[in-house]
Design a protein around this ligand. Structure first.
Ligand code: AMO
Length: 434
């Protein structure tokens, strides 16, 4: 490896350090050149003085924005420098020159619309604020996975190419699989349930789901990073919500504790949702919307975006950024529904976080006969699900789980207006590159 340390590791008392990165900014003040170098961890100022190091001063005259350089130098404390320390160079080397002009400014805070940013994503990703999003995302999901690893969940991988869909036909992306028609996976739903039948007991997957929805919103994309969880031997859906609540709290706490620099850069004041997440029934949610806000969702079997937002405001005022809505009517065949003694229509829940649906989950129907009845009622083509029905028919423990939209979670935690800002190279109906 090329010898260097990160800008954040420069000790002002060190004799000499080597750093490497992109040229973020050049300020030429006559006999003095300030070169601001950027690496993954931040910025450092290198001061070239004509009098002190004439040869290096001569060499730095050719420096251009975004060149990749390596500098060796003596750290000096400086009030004016970013991070309070600057380097007096003893060696300067250009590792690669950047073309100019740049199609997108990296160092200057110019207002560019999201579409232009995404068109020039390769450069936009270099911005310290953009990098902070993905550093935060990495820390968040590492902590999330860590929680499940420690609780003994098995890390799984399910196929992304499938014969049919799990969530409904209209949203599938068709592909040609050799000489047969196939589809990109909408969800690992069927496979994670098959693994419950197979005795894996508790699993999680950090995966990808594809939805061919025709949308133009700030919370939908066509290629979704999905965090799926499934666990067996549950009493009911409350056990699943407990897992989701604890793991989410752990992941957000890790960000608050380990991503201070990223949160500062993004100007986000993140609080850990320490209090128990409220759990209200779907009917209570509708009542609240009607009595408090006079709002009636268009589809009375679901909450709309506005309804979620209003309920989000209601619970935020009471100090709850997250809450569950339990018992949605008319649910998909794999959710347990119309259970004798239940006051709710189904054991399906959504988690609403910061006024937006973050996940769906619930207890599953593990009794295959009952599930087939629901499929018939819903007009689901059973032929597409034979492998799944068969797998579950050889003894399946009571189980449940959920799927959490990772991109939406990052959007909310990083305080981003649009979900696409939370994705390195997002896909939507109009965007297939970069
Ligand atoms: P669902 O279809 O509700 O449930 O998806 C789960 C979560 O995935 C996210 N999500 C999306 N995010 C961005 N763009 C989209 N187009 C998009 N679609 C979904 C949301 C949503 O809450 N199999 C069930 C989960 C389960 O029961 O385990 C499922 O996929 O955050």
């Amino acid at each position: 490896m090329i010898e260097r340390i990160h800008t954040s590791e420069v000790d002002p008392d060190a004799d000499e350090v080597a750093i490497a990165g992109h040229v973020h900014e050049i300020r030429d003040l006559g006999g003095l050149v300030f070169l601001i170098v950027r690496d993954r961890e931040g910025l450092i100022q290198v001061v070239f003085k004509e009098e002190r190091e004439p040869e290096l001063f001569e060499a730095v005259q050719d420096a251009g924005s975004e060149d990749v350089v390596r500098v060796v130098g003596k750290p000096l404390e400086s009030d004016q420098a970013p991070g309070g320390v600057e380097l007096a160079p003893t060696a300067y080397e250009v590792l690669d020159e950047a073309d100019s002009p740049l199609p997108l400014e990296i160092s200057k805070d110019v207002d560019v619309d999201l579409s232009t940013r995404l068109d020039n994503r390769a450069l936009d990703l270099r911005k310290p604020e953009t990098l902070a999003v993905f550093s935060l995302r990495s820390k968040l999901m590492t902590a999330m996975e860590e929680w499940f690893d420690e609780e003994g969940f098995v890390d799984i991988k399910t196929p992304l190419i499938s014969k049919g869909g799990a969530e409904g036909g209209a949203e599938l992306f068709p592909i040609l699989y050799y000489d047969r028609d196939a589809f990109l996976s909408q969800s690992p739903q069927l496979y994670k349930q098959i693994l419950m039948a197979a005795g894996y007991e508790a699993v999680y997957e950090t995966g990808t789901a594809f939805r061919a929805e025709d949308f133009a919103t700030s919370r939908h994309v066509s290629e979704i990073a999905m965090f799926d969880v499934e666990l067996a031997y549950i009493e009911d859906h409350d056990d699943v919500m407990d897992v989701q609540e604890e793991s989410l709290r752990h992941a957000i706490r890790a960000v608050v504790e380990n991503a201070e620099r990223e949160l500062d850069l993004l100007d986000v004041d993140l609080t850990v949702p320490e209090e128990d997440f409220p759990r209200i029934t779907f009917d209570e949610a509708l009542d609240l919307l009607e009595t408090e806000f006079g709002h009636f969702p268009e589809d009375p079997t679901d909450l709309d975006t506005k309804g979620e937002k209003l309920l989000g405001e209601h619970f935020a005022e009471q100090g709850h950024p997250a809450f569950f809505v339990v018992g949605y009517p008319d649910e998909k065949f794999y959710y347990m529904q119309d259970v004798e003694g239940d006051e709710i229509a189904s054991r399906k829940f959504d988690l609403i976080y910061e006024g937006q649906e973050l996940s769906s989950g619930g207890q599953r129907e593990h009794d295959v006969e009952r599930m087939v009845e629901v499929m018939e009622e819903e007009g689901v083509e059973q032929a597409n699900f034979e492998f799944y029905i068969e797998a579950l028919s050889f003894g399946t423990p009571p189980h449940g789980g959920y799927g959490l939209g990772i991109d939406r979670l990052v959007q909310q935690v990083a305080g981003l207006d649009n979900i696409k800002e939370a994705i390195m190279f997002p896909r939507d109906p109009n965007r297939l590159e970069p």
